[in-house]
Design a protein around this ligand. Structure first.
Ligand SMILES: O=C(O)c1ccc[n+]([C@@H]2O[C@H](COP(=O)([O-])O)[C@@H](O)[C@H]2O)c1
Ligand SMILES: Cc1cc2nc[nH]c2cc1C
Length: 342
């Protein structure tokens, strides 16, 4: 029997009305297929890639760039939302510094540089810097596999990264920035949207003739976090490791990874529909329909918060799949409890 048949049988035999656990059933079957074997438990690890973005000097965000460093430190100290979400649910996590603009590193040091350059002036990163961040993502997944984790979730931290993600998505799809750009970490302010759209349109126009591959798009107008996430997702495919996406930035990285290797699409699981308007397009490019997105909670924090929430649901579901009685047993008992009925 194929793994798909075994997964279908296990879940379809549960003592529940047919398909009443909806998306949880669908995604659990997907996880078994990614593993290529039946396993009885989810052993999750959450990975957060943190980096700074040179384009912040163009007033695309009101928050200070320093928050990337400070918030990454909060994550390590257990005082960021993501650390609380992980700790409440006994989910281990790692912070990987792939380019925070500070002489100190936070968490695992894989700095490709001290932040990217401003893409309105020059390419955001060099070929070598891209390769470093991409390789760091891949390395973290290989290590996770060696450490016996079997489901990953991804998050990021980087002031300015909704601008870089929107720029990559615009360059990838030609969907106009006005349809993609959101407030990011800013308060609702139409001026910010206008400025972000101008910067993205100008940046992509400036580099358009030199951007030929998906790698080029990330290199010219993206960020180290996107490069690392993209590398990590590609490695997940190599390692038979399913992964849970978070918000807009991880969805753009996923869209890039799927363009590089179409089979990566089979390994990504959506968690929530970010408030950023581009989320819908990024997921669509990765082959994910909005009906396959379980959480709609108006989240726009990042860090992997939505991903970890869905991870908890998947872990819970996996326990149920293996422990719930079988429908056949239930049916066999029907009629035998007549004497006990009131
Ligand atoms: O994940 C999302 O969909 C998301 C949406 C809005 C903001 N964020 C987070 O906020 C930061 C980026 O916002 P901004 O305005 O600085 O581009 C970055 O640290 C992200 O983790 C994340
Ligand atoms: C406080 C703060 C926390 C964040 N977490 C992810 N992005 C963030 C942006 C800000 C500004």
């Amino acid at each position: 029997m194929s793994i798909e048949e075994r997964a279908n049988r296990l879940i379809d035999e549960m003592a529940i009305p047919k398909n009443s656990l909806g998306l949880l059933e669908k995604q659990t079957k997907k996880i078994f297929c990614c593993w290529g074997k039946m396993q009885t438990e989810i052993r999750p690890l959450h990975l957060i890639f943190a980096a700074d973005n040179g384009v912040v000097v163009e007033s695309v965000v009101k928050q200070s760039q320093e928050i990337t460093y400070l918030q990454a430190k909060n994550m390590i100290a257990g005082r960021a939302t993501i650390s609380c979400f992980c700790q409440s649910n006994n989910i281990p996590y790692k912070v990987i510094d792939v380019g925070i603009r500070n002489k100190n590193s936070v968490g695992i040091n894989r700095k490709a540089a001290y932040g990217t350059r401003n893409f309105l002036q020059e390419p955001a990163m060099s070929v070598v810097e891209f390769a470093k961040a991409f390789a760091a993502g891949k390395e973290m997944v290989r290590t996770a596999k060696q450490e016996n984790y079997n489901l990953l979730s991804f998050g990021e931290m980087g002031i300015g990264n909704t601008t870089t993600s929107s720029a990559v998505l615009y360059a990838l799809t030609d969907v106009q920035p006005e349809f993609i750009v959101g407030y990011g970490a800013n308060k609702k302010n139409p001026e910010v949207i206008k400025r972000k759209c101008e910067v993205i349109a100008k940046g992509v126009r400036l580099h358009r003739d030199e951007m030929h591959t998906v790698e080029d798009l990330i290199r010219f107008v993206g960020g180290f976090d996107i490069a690392a996430l993209c590398g990590a997702m590609i490695e997940c495919r190599q390692q038979n490791m399913p992964f849970v996406l978070d918000g807009f930035i991880t969805a753009v990285a996923f869209a890039c990874a799927v363009q590089m290797d179409a089979s990566v699409a089979d390994f990504g699981i959506a968690s929530h529909l970010s408030r950023e308007p581009g989320m819908f397009y990024a997921l669509a490019l990765g082959g994910i329909e909005s009906d396959d997105v379980p959480i709609r909670a108006d989240l726009a924090l990042g860090e992997g918060t939505g991903a970890v929430l869905f991870l908890v649901m998947l872990k819970t579901m996996m326990d149920a799949v293996w422990h719930v009685a079988k429908m056949a047993e239930l049916e066999e008992q029907v009629g035998k409890t007549v004497g006990e009925a009131l």
